[in-house]
Design a protein around this ligand. Structure first.
Ligand code: GDP
Length: 334
């Protein structure tokens, strides 16, 4: 699914749009004075159409995939977005009405009055825009940010790789992806997310790591990070939780197990995976393994050990649709 914000054409900000009109007006001529002034106000109308198109292109928030809705919520108040869309729409409509009224006035006016009427029209429309400047400019900024959300497709079956920092998440993404993973920026983390794909020949799977998201205890999280977890929750897939069982692990067995327990509450299927098995620390390995009741996979992402077994298991689950959360597929209205 295409990012529903990706194709929105970003209009100029309020003062920039007014300036475009102001700069252009002296250059617009006509067969006579009245025609010239009408052409000038119609040029303003043409520019305002950019705001109208902007509002029209904005996806219907209630129909957005929850993954995108959560992403909006991280950077903006959804009620404010709706309010601003309405305010811009009404402002444009009001301006169109004013322009139409002045067009008729100029048409039936004295030639000497035409220029004054055009300037009056310009002033009135500009003040309508300026009274909505906060909304217009804010929504333009928000949309510019949302346009950048690429690479993650919330409708693809997804393998989400979680675990503390440095356990090998991004290494695993790159090892199991068919091509070089893309690097994506999302409002829910300051770190870059790696997004790869696996083509099973029957369907495509997306694989992402989650730096800065599912990597530390919930109690240490702020509200934005909690929303980030909601965004991840809304992805259609399963979590592979990576443990580091190597000699170089910076986390104890308890720290890793505590986080694993928390992550298990996020998605229905969380598969425990012991990584760095090529450099196994027997004590750490034993402590972790003893405390997990579920089926455990042992891999070395770096040395490509155990990856096929793990992948076959995951693909099988995805193929049988066992792990997909039973929820509607949200349609992109954009
Ligand atoms: P992330 O922070 O969880 O994404 O971890 P990275 O993928 O960046 O890996 C952290 C470090 O662990 C890097 O130096 C990797 O080379 C190393 N590493 C990753 N997988 C393995 C593995 O299977 N065995 C060993 N010995 N090192 C690994």
């Amino acid at each position: 699914m295409l990012n529903p914000f990706e194709n929105i054409k970003i209009p100029p900000k309020t003062e920039d749009l007014i300036k475009i009109v102001l700069d252009r007006i002296p250059k617009i001529g006509g067969k006579n004075v009245k025609e010239r002034e009408i052409k000038r106000i119609l040029f303003y109308k043409e520019q305002l159409q950019k705001y109208k198109d902007f509002v029209l292109q904005f996806p219907r928030i209630d129909q957005l995939h929850p993954f995108y809705r959560e992403n909006i919520e991280i950077i903006a108040d959804i009620d404010k977005v709706k309010m601003c869309l309405g305010a811009i729409n009404r402002g444009v409509q009001l301006s169109f009405n004013i322009i139409e009224r002045y067009r008729r006035l100029i048409k039936s006016s004295d030639e000497k009055e035409a220029n004054r009427l055009m300037r009056q029209c310009f002033g009135r429309v500009s003040s309508i825009l300026r009274s909505r400047k906060d909304c217009i400019d804010w929504l333009i900024d928000i949309t510019s940010q949302l346009k950048k959300l690429k690479a993650i497709d919330p409708n693809l079956p997804t393998i989400i790789i979680a675990g503390p920092p440095n356990v090998g998440k991004s290494t695993l993404v790159s090892k199991i992806s068919s091509a070089k993973p893309e690097v994506a920026s999302y409002p829910f983390t300051t770190k870059e997310i790696h997004v790869g794909h696996i083509d099973t020949g029957i369907f495509k799977i997306q694989v992402i790591d989650t730096p800065g998201i599912l990597d530390r205890p919930m109690s240490e999280r702020n509200s934005i990070e909690l929303k980030a977890i909601n965004a991840i929750k809304n992805l259609n897939g399963i979590i592979l939780f990576l443990f580091d069982v190597s000699n170089s692990s910076i986390y104890s067995a308890k720290e890793q197990l505590d986080l694993y327990k928390e992550v298990k509450s996020i998605k229905s299927v969380v598969i425990p995976v012991l990584n760095k098995i090529d450099d196994k620390n027997e004590e750490l390995y034993k402590q972790i393994k003893e405390n997990i009741l579920e089926k455990v996979f042992e891999i070395s992402a770096e040395k490509s050990i155990g990856l096929d077994t793990l992948l076959n298991y995951v693909i099988n689950l995805l193929q049988n649709g066992q792990i997909l959360d039973k929820r509607d597929i949200y349609l992109n209205s954009g």
